[in-house]
Write a protein that binds this ligand. Structure first.
Ligand SMILES: *[C@@H]1O[C@H](CO)[C@@H](O)[C@H](O)[C@H]1NC(C)=O
Length: 151
């Protein structure tokens, strides 16, 4: 029937644009491949802990803040300093990275990881992320990769 075919199409379109939430171990594997393990001496567990507390591993998470800026993606990277929302916004944003914020909320984590690395490098650590400071800093991070078949 045409109607049900149409419905199926709609449903599949919705599925395609659905947010992507990674499991802990899937993230662990992606992060290792992307060279995050011990990047700037931050062990793999720190990165997983960070993603967990910032976004619950939700790659499309966006949070509107009181100052009008938005935190984007799995690492909740802020639009004011780190990405540009649109050309119009460019003038009053610091935008270190010259990346569109939309690139930080795709299923593919390539851009988000690249920018997280830049932040850690420029800020000399993970202090940029309040939730990492509160929940992960100085704690045993080995638990985060337990059972994940990453070495
Ligand atoms: C992920 O984040 C998006 C955008 O904030 C939200 O709409 C979606 O419900 C979240 N997904 C889950 C599983 O929490």
């Amino acid at each position: 029937m045409k109607a049900s075919g149409f419905l199926a199409l709609i449903i599949s379109l919705i599925t395609v644009t659905e947010s992507k939430v990674y499991t802990r171990c899937k993230l662990a594997k992606i992060f290792v491949k992307a060279g995050l393990d011990n990047y700037r001496r931050f062990s793999l567990g720190n990165w997983i802990c960070l993603a967990y507390y910032e976004s619950h591993c939700n790659t499309t998470m966006q949070t509107l803040l009181k100052d009008g800026s938005t935190d984007y993606g799995i690492f909740q990277i802020n639009s004011f300093t780190w990405c540009r929302r649109s050309r119009l916004h460019l003038t009053h944003q610091k935008n270190h990275c010259h990346v569109a914020c939309s690139a930080l909320v795709t299923d593919g984590l390539t851009d988000a990881i690249l920018w997280a690395k830049k932040i850690v490098k420029e800020m000399q650590g993970m202090n940029y992320w309040q939730r990492w400071k509160k929940n992960c800093e100085g704690k045993d991070m080995s638990e985060w990769k337990r059972g994940c078949e990453v070495f």
